[in-house]
Each structure stands twice: as structure tokens, then as C-alpha cells.
Design a protein around this ligand. Structure first.
Ligand code: UT7
Length: 329
């Protein structure tokens, strides 16, 4: 008989760059206002990685903290998964660079690209490796250096994004807790609602692509907003229905931090108190794959996320992709 293990998170870590860009700073750069940014998004400031550092530097910092809190030596890792759309290079993967830095010489390593849903995809993938018995310990990192792919002349995007990394160590357990179920979805018909036009094989880098500013993120914010409010609610109900539970049974709902209005909308639809919805978008902006693991780490440090809690995490983003994980902490 095949033995199935449960998947628990045993350690978390986060790394945010020191440099803060406030809304007032942005007022000096593009035609915007603190009032517009706060009222439309909830963002007050975001972090920007200093020149000379890269994705792997921030990933390593978050990963080392998660490993230390889990009490796991890098040599015990069976797999490293890095969720990112802003890797150090097209190839090799950032996970391989991280693997070498950590000297995690027994681990496989791969990057996962699923837009802002990246961490949910990576955590679900780790769960598959663990529940099947293939891996015992997996490091999952959600990290973005989006300020390097942001057009600082485009006010519709540059006010939104920030840099950050969150990491978790997931392990096999026979305890009756851990990941209960997950949902991973996509709709590639929306690929161009949020994308970087040039730099890939479809449109290799050229003088023309650089002068036309085609290596930066382009987004149709309105369409993503409408898609987000629908899929977040659908995903939450799907996760809960599978366990015969209702939203009010949840102790915490960690939503992707893309817009405070999306979080508030879902909270009101579910009629749940604000304490159940961690928020860090005010301080970090949208850090894409990093928003959920960073929020999770902060909730643990604050003592608000405790063993036995029923926790849902839901994200959405480029692809289009969306998905969620339900777990008994
Ligand atoms: O992580 C997943 C990816 N991203 C998202 O989830 C983002 C989802 N979308 C959103 O959060 C919102 O759609 C935005 C915050 C991006 C935009 O908010 P909105 O309420 O949908 O504004 P809008 O795009 O409809 O723009 C309204 C107005 C426009 O002016 P006009 O055409 O009405 O004259 C924009 O040009 O606001 C203008 N605008 C700005 N004004 C001041 C757009 N960006 C700015 C800005 N400052 N930074």
C-alpha cells in the first residue's frame, strides 16, 4: 500500500530590501498623487532592491531564515522550488543559483513561473512531492524583483509593484494536520492582460525593443481587477466545499496583496472580520509571488497564526493563473 504523508510548514522567513519608495517619491517621478495611490490601491510605500543585488540575494536571505527557524540543514533538503517571474537570468534557474549558495547539494532545483500565483503553484508542487513520499523536506521561495521590470515612466504600473522574498520549509509528517487541499487554475486567453512583450523568443531583445520600452510590464489593470474578485471568491468556496466547511470556519485568509480594494471586497462578501485578513500591501506594494509567504511569516512572528488554525491562501495573476491552498496549520 502506498503511504501518503501530510505536508506541514515548519519554518518561514522573509527578506525585504532596505530602500523605501514612498508615494511622495513617486509624485516627483510621474503624474500621480499620494491620495490617488492610497485610495485606489491601499499602497503607501514599497521596497526597491539596491543596485548590484539580485533575486538570488533576497531569496538566500529569506531561505536562510526559514531553514534556521525550521531547524533544517540545507543538506537535508530534497528539493528547492523558487516561484518567480523576475529571475536572475533566463537560464540557469534562480533555484540552482540558490542551491549552490546554500550548499544544498542533495536537492533538486527548479523555478516555477505562474505570475503572482507562483507561490501557490510552488507550495502545491512541494505538497505533491511530499504526500507521494518522493521528498521529505522541500524549500519553497516566493520572490520578485519587479522594480527591475517596471517602467518608471508608466504611472499605471510603477506605483503598484515592489521587491520582496518569502520562504517556507515544508516537511512530511504523520500528524493529523497540514495541507488539506489545493486548486490550481489558468486561462491563457488572458496572457496579454499582464505581460512583458520583449526579451523572449517571440520578440528577442534588440535596439528597437529597448528604445520602445518593451522590456517592461504592461498591464490592463481594470480587466485583472474584475477577474481577480471573481476567481478569489470562487477558489475560496471550492477549497472549503471539498472539506465540507464554510468561510466562517476559517481562522485566517491570506490573500495575494495586489490591491486593498480586492481584499476588502472579498472580506465584505464573506462577511468576515478584518483581523482574519493579513495586509502588508500598504508597506510593500504588490510583491507578486512574495506577498503570501511574507504575510504568513509576519503573522507567525506576531503570534496570530497558530497550530491547528484553518488557513486559506488564494492568489491570482499573470497567465492568467489563479489558485489556492487550504491547510490546518
Ligand atoms: O497581482 C496581479 C496583477 N495586478 C493586479 O491585480 C492589479 C489589479 N488592478 C488594480 O488594482 C486597479 O485596476 C489599478 C489600481 C491598477 C487601477 O485602478 P482603477 O480604479 O482600475 O483605475 P483605472 O485604471 O480605471 O484608471 C482610472 C484613472 C485613469 O484616468 P482617466 O482615464 O479616468 O482620466 C487613469 O489614467 O486613473 C488614472 N491613473 C492614475 N492617476 C493617478 C492610472 N494610474 C494613475 C496613477 N495616478 N498612478
Amino acid at each position: 500500500m502506498i503511504k501518503h504523508y501530510n505536508t506541514i510548514i515548519t519554518g518561514t522567513g522573509a527578506a525585504l530590501p532596505d530602500q523605501i519608495i514612498t508615494n511622495r517619491d513617486l509624485e516627483e517621478m510621474v503624474e500621480t498623487s499620494n491620495e490617488w495611490i492610497v485610495s485606489r490601491t491601499g499602497i503607501r510605500e514599497r521596497r526597491k532592491l539596491e543596485d548590484g543585488l539580485s533575486n538570488a540575494d533576497l531569496s538566500e536571505k529569506a531561505a536562510r531564515e526559514a531553514l534556521s527557524r525550521a531547524g533544517v540543514d540545507p543538506l537535508e533538503l530534497d528539493m528547492i522550488l523558487v516561484a518567480t517571474v523576475s529571475p536572475d537570468h533566463h537560464t540557469p534557474s534562480t533555484s540552482c543559483i540558490l542551491q549552490a549558495r546554500l550548499e544544498a547539494f542533495k536537492a533538486g532545483a527548479m523555478d516555477i513561473s505562474a505570475g503572482c500565483t507562483g507561490f501557490i503553484y510552488a507550495l502545491s508542487t512541494a505538497h505533491q512531492f511530499i504526500s507521494s513520499g518522493t521528498c521529505k523536506k522541500v524549500l519553497v521561495v516566493g520572490v520578485e524583483i519587479l522594480t527591475r521590470f517596471t517602467d518608471w515612466e508608466d504611472r499605471s504600473t510603477c506605483v503598484l509593484f515592489g521587491d520582496g522574498a518569502g520562504a517556507v520549509v515544508v516537511e512530511a509528517t504523520e500528524e493529523d494536520r497540514g495541507i488539506l487541499n489545493f486548486s490550481l487554475r489558468s486561462d491563457g486567453r488572458g496572457a496579454k492582460l499582464l505581460y512583458v512583450p520583449a526579451g523572449g523568443s517571440a520578440m528577442p531583445a534588440s535596439h528597437e525593443t529597448v528604445s520602445n520600452r518593451m522590456h517592461y510590464l504592461i498591464m490592463n489593470g481594470n480587466e485583472i481587477f474584475k477577474f481577480a474578485v471573481k476567481v478569489v471568491e470562487d477558489t475560496l468556496f471550492e477549497l472549503m466545499a471539498e472539506e465540507n466547511k464554510k468561510p466562517e470556519d476559517l481562522d485566517m485568509i491570506i490573500l495575494h496583496q495586489a490591491n486593498l480594494r480586492i481584499i476588502d471586497h472579498i472580506r465584505k462578501r464573506l462577511n468576515l472580520p478584518p483581523e482574519k485578513f493579513p495586509v502588508n500591501i500598504d508597506r510593500y506594494g504588490n510583491t507578486s509571488s512574495a506577498t503570501i509567504p511574507v504575510a504568513m511569516h509576519e503573522e507567525i512572528l506576531a503570534g496570530r497564526l497558530k497550530e491547528g488554525d484553518l488557513v486559506a491562501m488564494v492568489a491570482f495573476g499573470a497567465g492568467l493563473t489563479w489558485g489556492g491552498v487550504l491547510m490546518k496549520w
